[in-house]
Design a protein around this ligand. Structure first.
Ligand SMILES: CC(C)(COP(=O)(O)OP(=O)(O)OC[C@H]1O[C@@H](n2cnc3c(N)ncnc32)[C@H](O)[C@@H]1OP(=O)(O)O)[C@@H](O)C(=O)NCCC(=O)NCCS
Length: 197
């Protein structure tokens, strides 16, 4: 294990740099990657990052228009030497105290170097800044999320009145969260997990 930044370090940095939201792995002079808000010009790279996982049915494919529409929800990770996008992750707010981590991806050659934890920490920091203290995910990566403090839940963790309100959403991810029959095939084998911040 190297000395890349981990959850608490990154979150601490994020809270003091909320305006730029630029976080770096390792010390500034020796950084390997930078986490920053996504730009519209990153969408093609994000589609490429997602493609193998969509083929494996680990992630659900997203139309480019959906990625553009939700660009403000996304952070990307840029390799410091090449400026290539090597990771991404989004935070989608669902309700007053509920958000979802989506599209958390790290490129194959960057796995197991702390990048995934760093993006997740930055997304959770965003959630805290928004006043949202329950963050949900639907994932095959249960060990990764458990290590980051998430626990498995069986049912959508919302009160019936909120459930009824969420039914009004046209967002595909919200339908998956609610386990609606029409999207059930999208979520087969996934585990629903939640963290209380
Ligand atoms: C989940 C995912 C984002 C994790 O990315 P990652 O960059 O490999 O994550 P990390 O490196 O932070 O952590 C992975 C493991 O590497 C290990 N690790 C972290 N930093 C390390 C380092 N510097 N050296 C050696 N090992 C390290 C950790 O022990 C960690 O183990 P854990 O998951 O049991 O905690 C990645 O596997 C992925 O893209 N999965 C497919 C997409 C997906 O399913 N996303 C989630 C649903 S949206």
């Amino acid at each position: 294990m190297d000395d890349g930044l981990f959850v608490s370090d990154v979150a601490g940095t994020a809270s003091t740099q909320e305006t730029s939201e630029v976080l770096s792995g390792r010390a500034e002079r020796d950084r390997e990657y930078v986490i920053r808000p996504a730009r519209t010009s990153d969408v093609s790279a994000v589609v490429e990052l997602m493609a193998p996982l969509v083929d494996q049915r680990v992630l659900l494919g997203k139309e480019k228009v959906t990625l553009f529409e939700s660009i403000q929800e996304m952070l990307v990770v840029e390799a410091a030497d090449s400026a290539e996008v090597i990771g991404c992750g989004s935070l989608h707010v669902m309700w007053e105290d509920l958000a979802e981590v989506r599209t958390l991806v790290v490129r194959d050659d960057w796995l197991r170097r702390g990048v995934g934890h760093a993006i997740l920490a930055a997304l959770l920091e965003r959630s805290r800044a928004l006043g949202v203290h329950r963050v949900f995910c639907l994932t095959f990566e249960t060990e990764f999320f458990s290590r980051c403090g998430f626990s498995v839940v069986q049912e959508p963790p919302v009160e019936p009145d909120v459930y009824a309100e969420l039914l009004r959403s046209s967002d595909e991810g919200v339908a998956e969260f609610l386990e609606l029959a029409r999207v059930k095939q999208n979520t087969l084998g996934n585990t629903r997990m939640i963290i209380h911040l």
